[in-house]
Design a protein around this ligand. Structure first.
Ligand code: ZN
Length: 326
């Protein structure tokens, strides 16, 4: 993948590359963004561009690129949490390695993934090296929780921010990766515009099947008498309740969108959403309540059936409940 192909961020990266090539050297970059927003991919592309020997960087073909991609480039050091955190010993080992001369080029590249996992001691150990590195070093710190970093670390880095790129752009990126357009649109919607999350869903073959079962279960709700039968197929999912509730939350969001007159992201869902007898807001409330109940040791079948009974309870202020009259 080329920098310019990195949808939504091509401009940002080319700007960064230009500033490096023009000698305005940024020696520490902090890539910040939510899970799946592409910050790690982008940091890696950028680091690869810095070791690449070709005029169009990163080429992906030259020996330096190949070694980088294989994780065997001698001048590229990657630190990531092997256990719960990145300790001071790991940072000291990194600093020692950076004090040696680079093997291939004129600089070292130090990447710290999940930089927020550095202990305070580790961050303090890094601080001095970040301030005055031993020779030429480019630091790439990557995090989705910058709040866990010391202010002094953040202030020594140039921050590059990532957000989700939006559902439409996300779908285009997925299509470019060879995913068929309708599925790309669906995945982009389900991931709310996060390419990384969309690819996770795509790779998880069972997720789509589970989604179908969850929606079918909700569709089987046809009044209080139907609760037990509708709930049974989901009650058997031992340990799957969190994932089921996440899917219900997404469905509730789509119901709310359609019920307030917006278009759903996936045309094939339009009919199901439009004919649903479940009120989106009521479903969302039900999901939140079920999560609370699970947290206070209510069993999954009970939490689910409580939700379904509430959804089918027409005795209460009509609009927020199922409209069985339709
Ligand atoms: Zn190259």
């Amino acid at each position: 993948m080329k920098l310019s192909e990195f949808a939504g961020y091509g401009d940002k990266m080319e700007q960064l590359m230009r500033s490096v090539q023009a000698g305005r050297i940024v020696h520490a970059l902090l890539f910040v963004g939510p899970h799946g927003s592409g910050k790690r991919t982008m940091a890696r592309l950028f680091a690869q561009a810095m070791v690449c020997a070709a005029p169009m960087k990163p080429c992906g073909e030259c020996p330096a690129c190949k070694r980088f991609l294989a994780g065997s480039h001698p001048d590229v050091k990657v630190v990531r949490p092997e256990k719960k955190s990145i300790g001071v010993e790991e940072i000291r080992a990194l600093i020692d390695a950076l004090s040696l001369r680079p093997y291939e080029g004129d600089k070292h590249i130090a990447m710290i993934e999940q930089a927020d996992k550095m202990t305070p001691n580790a961050q303090n150990a890094l601080l001095k090296t970040l301030e005055s590195p031993p020779g030429e070093v480019r630091f790439f710190l990557i995090t989705d929780a910058p709040g866990a970093l010391l202010e002094t670390i953040i202030s020594r880095c140039q921050t590059v921010r990532f957000g989700d790129i939006g559902v439409e752009l996300c779908a285009k990126v997925l299509e470019r990766r060879g995913i068929e357009p309708r599925r790309a649109a669906l995945l982009a919607g389900l991931s709310q515009g996060s390419v990384g999350r969309a690819l996770e869903i795509d790779a998880d073959g069972e997720w789509m099947a589970l989604r179908e079962r969850v929606i079918a279960s909700l569709e089987a709700l046809k009044g209080p008498a139907s609760v037990a039968a509708a709930a049974v197929p989901l009650e058997e999912d031992k340990g799957g309740e969190a994932g089921i509730l996440d899917i219900m939350e997404l469905w509730a969001r789509d119901l709310m969108a359609v019920q307030s007159g917006a278009m759903p992201y996936e045309a094939s869902d339009a009919q199901r959403l439009g004919s649903s007898r479940i009120d989106g807001q009521a479903l969302l409330r039900g999901v939140l309540q079920a999560r609370q109940q699970l947290g206070s040791n209510v069993s999954w079948p009970n939490a689910l059936e409580n939700m379904y009974f509430q959804l089918t309870d027409t005795g209460n202020n009509g609009r927020t409940k199922l409209s069985w009259q339709r």
